[in-house]
Design a protein around this ligand. Structure first.
Ligand code: G1P
Length: 292
C-alpha cells in the first residue's frame, strides 16, 4: 500500500529566527536556493505522496504563494527565453500533485495541527513531515525509507534517532523492543522528559506515518506537555489498540528549528550544490574563516 497524503504542520511562529521571521515564515528561509519547505515537499513526492496538505496560520500565506501559480514571473521568463529558470519554477510542484490548505487558527500544538487536517486525510494511513527537521540521506529521502517499513509492518512508523542524554527534554522519547537493526516495536513514548526521567535516548524526529485511528484519539485528548495538544500523547494511546514501530533511518538530520542546525544544513547542501561547492570549499580552506 502506498502513502498518498502528507501533512505539513507549518503554523508555528518561528520566534527563534526573529527578526528574519517577522514577515517571512521560517519554512520559507532558504537553504542555498530553495526554501526549507520545498525540501520537505520534494521528499514526500519522492516517496509517492501525491497530495500535500499544509496546516498554516494566517501569517503563513507566502507558503501558499510559493506553491501557487506565478503567471507574471512565468510570462517574463518566457519573454526573456529563460527556459532553465522557467523549469526550476515549474518543478516546485510537478504535474499531478494536489495541494490543500487548512488553517490552524490557534497554535495549540502539533497534535492539534494534525487533527486540523482530519477531513482532508479521511480514513487512510498518511505521513506527517515537520519541515524543520531536514534529513539528507543522499538517496530517495527518509520518507521513502519509511514507506518500505510501513509496507512490511502495516502499522504506524515513527522515525527516531539517538540524541545526547541531556537533550531528551527537546523531543518525544520512546522505549522500544528490538526487532532488527533499524526497526523496533514501540513500548512507550513520552513528550520532552527531563533527562533523569527519560526512558531512553531514542528521540522522535519529524517524520511519521500514522494510521487514521490516531484522529479519534487526538479528538479526545487534553493538553499535555507545555500546555499543548501533543501528537506524542495520541501515539501513546494508539499503543493500546495497535502496534507502532520505530525506525532508525539512514541519513543525517539537521534541526533547522535552531540557528546552528540551520547553518549546518546550509553548509551541507551548499557543499553539494554544483554552482557553489567549489567556491565554498576554497573559502573554507583558505584560512579566511577564522574564529573571532
Ligand atoms: C515535536 C514533537 C516531538 C518531536 C519533535 C521532532 O516537538 O512534539 O515529539 O520529537 O517535534 O522535531 P517540537 O520540536 O515541535 O517542540
Amino acid at each position: 500500500m502506498s502513502i498518498k497524503k502528507a501533512i505539513f504542520p507549518v503554523a508555528g511562529l518561528g520566534t527563534r529566527f526573529l527578526p528574519a521571521t517577522k514577515v517571512i515564515p521560517k519554512e520559507m528561509l532558504p537553504i542555498v536556493d530553495k526554501p526549507i519547505i520545498q525540501y520537505a515537499t520534494e521528499e514526500a513526492i519522492n516517496a509517492g505522496v501525491d497530495e500535500l496538505i499544509f496546516v498554516i496560520s494566517e501569517s503563513k500565506k507566502s507558503i501558499l504563494h510559493h506553491y501557487g501559480d506565478a503567471e507574471v514571473l512565468n510570462q517574463e521568463l518566457i519573454e526573456k527565453q529563460k527556459h532553465d529558470l522557467l523549469e526550476i519554477v515549474s518543478d516546485i510542484i510537478p504535474a499531478g500533485i494536489k495541494l490543500k490548505y487548512v488553517e490552524q487558527h490557534k497554535a495549540l500544538g502539533l497534535g492539534h495541527a494534525v487533527l486540523c487536517a482530519r477531513e482532508q486525510v479521511g480514513k487512510e494511513p498518511f505521513a506527517v513531515i515537520l519541515p524543520d527537521d531536514m534529513i539528507d540521506d543522499d538517496e530517495h529521502g527518509c520518507l521513502s525509507q519509511m514507506v518500505k517499513i510501513f509496507n512490511e509492518h502495516n502499522s504506524s512508523i515513527i522515525a527516531v534517532e539517538n540524541v545526547n542524554p541531556s537533550d531528551t527534554d527537546k523531543y518525544g522519547i520512546v522505549s522500544t523492543e528490538y526487532l532488527t537493526e533499524h526497526v523496533s516495536r514501540m513500548l512507550d513514548i513520552v513528550e520532552k522528559p527531563d533527562p533523569e526521567l527519560a526512558p531512553s535516548t531514542l528521540a522522535v524526529v519529524g517524520r511519521y506515518i500514522l494510521t487514521p485511528e490516531i484522529f479519534d484519539l487526538l479528538e479526545n485528548l487534553g493538553k499535555g506537555a507545555g500546555g499543548e495538544i501533543q501528537l506524542t500523547d495520541a501515539i501513546k494511546k494508539l499503543l493500546n489498540h495497535q502496534s507502532v514501530h520505530t525506525y532508525q533511518f539512514h541519513g543525517r538530520r539537521y534541526d533547522c528549528g535552531s540557528k546552528l542546525g540551520y547553518i549546518k544544513a546550509k553548509l551541507n547542501y551548499a557543499l553539494k550544490h554544483p554552482e557553489v561547492k567549489a567556491g565554498l570549499l576554497e573559502h573554507l580552506q583558505s584560512g579566511e574563516v577564522k574564529n573571532n
